[in-house]
Design a binder for this molecule. Structure first.
Ligand code: 5GP
Length: 122
């Protein structure tokens, strides 16, 4: 997969402060905010501040500092939202057309708060 980054995407606009967001956590390299169309009682999006399109792009090209910061942010959200100690959660990272990725800026969905059904539908 190639990774041309389109900085007009909605998450780039959120990072530039052009559109508001309900921030859950902000760190040096990472921003987390509530999904605008939540699919579960908890639905947080975690994004790097850098211009990465997909999970593999982030893992291949991000600095170690960015990767560690992102991973620790996920852990903090799981802790602070009670996901780690609760009934569990799902982390989803869609990439590309078959996965139905809508926003071409890498993000992990953290969803929780209800039974989440089978891992894949269809
Ligand atoms: P994807 O399909 O790319 O994995 O998921 C994109 C997610 O971004 C969707 O769950 C959608 O509801 C969310 N989203 C799209 N636009 C906005 C927005 O302007 N603000 C927020 N908070 N979430 C958005």
């Amino acid at each position: 997969m190639t990774h041309p980054y389109d900085d007009t995407n909605v998450f780039a606009r959120i990072l530039r402060g052009e559109i508001p967001n309900a921030t859950v956590l902000e760190t040096e390299h990472t921003l987390a905010f509530d999904d605008i169309t939540p699919q579960a009682p908890v639905h947080v999006l975690v994004i790097p501040k850098g211009p990465y399109v997909t999970y593999d792009h982030f893992c291949a090209q991000a600095s170690e500092a960015e990767i560690v910061d992102f991973a620790r942010a996920v852990a903090r959200i799981c802790d602070e939202r009670g996901l780690a100690a609760g009934e569990g959660f799902r982390a989803i990272a869609n990439a590309g057309g078959h996965a139905g990725q809508e926003v071409p800026h890498f993000h992990v969905h953290l969803v929780a708060g209800r039974p989440l059904g089978p891992m894949l539908a269809g």
